[in-house]
Ligand binder design. Structure first.
Ligand code: SOE
Length: 382
């Protein structure tokens, strides 16, 4: 018998939309015993929340997240609010026994994250953090190839996440849509926002990171704050680069910036093993680049696999071979994995839960500390 989960989503911005679409589509393209019912959309502006509810099919609207958590008819809460509210909302949800799906990064820092992990462990509520890129067929395929040991010893991992949307000095910081530029709300700049994705995939595919050496830069030192109208210091990292060592002995280099003119969202990774290498790029997200040293030398070279065939992860649940998936399918896969795990808790957990996301948070903390102290920093382990 189907078990209905009454869901409340807090926040109707970019992520509220991406997640809501995923809840609907996951149930169209995959089969689960657990079903999600879009019960409540919560946002401070009632008119906008009502419009969102109408567009996406929510039963109800709330304007105060605390009211959502008091409701007995809510089983799960999706936190799509800015980073500085994740902790408070998640702790309240855990106390009220509600499942939690929380936007990344888990928290402002590891200390907050530890509290959140302790809360979900004490209450036993199922929990997920939206590290969505894991669930693109080409990315999952890469993970599976590495997990099968096909690369042999891994020597290197490298990853970038490059954007260019904050280059203008006229761009204010803080407030709606621009809270990512305000360290009090976001916790950090590109480290928590973009490198967190790179780190999550790296840890998922290549294992734990043990130590880091980093540098950060803030190119524009002052910006007008949207909420006060005053020019104040910018304290986020506009750019961050680090090198690191993985537990498996591989070495690595990561870079992220919002000042790479011409790049809107160039998320890449490459992994080099003794026998094979793999590379992926968000701009061509259906393809996995593949190099196999086992092929005779006169035929050897990089090939790219269009991960759209029935035997590629998730692809067979959507269209016929050769047709493409997009960014939105990464979120659909996250919902599918979450529901599959509710259906069968003994199955492998493919998504990041709070504890796993705390590991990523610890790497971000170590990166920021290293940039500050100009020293190598050992990463705290979960
Ligand atoms: C920032 O521009 C952003 O929207 C991140 O917040 C998302 O997590 C990332 O997936 C795309 O870029």
């Amino acid at each position: 018998m189907a078990k209905t989960i009454n869901l409340a989503v807090i926040g109707y911005g970019f992520m509220g939309k991406a997640h809501t679409n995923a809840y609907l589509q996951a149930q169209h393209f995959f089969k689960h015993d657990h079903k999600i019912n879009l019960k409540v959309i919560c946002g401070r502006n009632e008119e906008n929340a009502k419009a969102f509810a109408e567009t996406w099919g929510y039963d109800d609207v709330e304007t105060d997240w605390r009211k959502v958590i008091e409701r007995d008819d809510i089983d799960a809460v999706d936190i799509c609010t800015p980073n500085n509210s994740h902790r408070e909302i998640a702790l309240a949800c855990a106390k009220a026994g509600k499942m939690i799906l929380c936007e990344k990064p888990l928290a402002l820092d590891g200390t907050e994250g530890e509290e959140m992990v302790a809360a979900v462990e004490a209450s036993g509520v199922p929990n997920l953090v939206w590290y969505n890129y894991r669930f693109l067929p080409a990315v999952t395929h890469a993970k599976n190839i590495v997990a099968a040991g096909e690369l042999g010893q891994v020597f290197h991992y490298r990853s970038n996440f490059l954007q260019d949307w904050t280059i203008s000095e006229d761009l204010p910081q803080g407030g709606a849509a621009l809270w990512r530029l305000d360290a009090k709300t976001a916790g950090s700049g590109v480290t928590g926002d973009l490198l967190a994705h790179c780190i999550d995939l790296a840890r998922w595919i290549n294992g734990d990171i043990v130590s880091v050496s980093a540098m950060t830069e803030t190119f524009i030192k002052e910006r007008v704050h949207q909420e006060t109208g005053e020019k104040t210091a910018v304290t986020i990292d506009d750019a961050c680069a680090f090198i690191c060592r993985f537990e498996n002995g591989s070495t690595s280099i990561f870079e992220s910036t919002r000042y790479a003119r011409g790049h809107k969202a160039l998320f890449t990774f490459e992994i080099n093993g003794r026998d094979k290498s793999l590379a992926w790029d968000l701009h061509d997200l259906n393809r996995l680049d593949y190099f196999d040293h086992g092929v005779p030398s006169d035929r050897r070279g990089w090939s790219n696999i269009h991960c759209s065939d029935g035997d590629h992860p998730y692809a067979g649940n959507f269209w016929v071979p050769g047709l493409c998936l997009g960014y939105e399918h990464s979120f659909v896969g996250a919902v599918h994995e979450f529901l599959s795990h509710l259906d069968d808790p003994s199955a492998e957990k493919r998504f990041a839960d709070f504890k796993d996301a705390l590991g990523t948070q610890y790497v971000c903390d170590a990166v920021l500390e290293s940039a500050k102290t100009k020293q190598w920093v050992d990463v705290k382990r979960v």
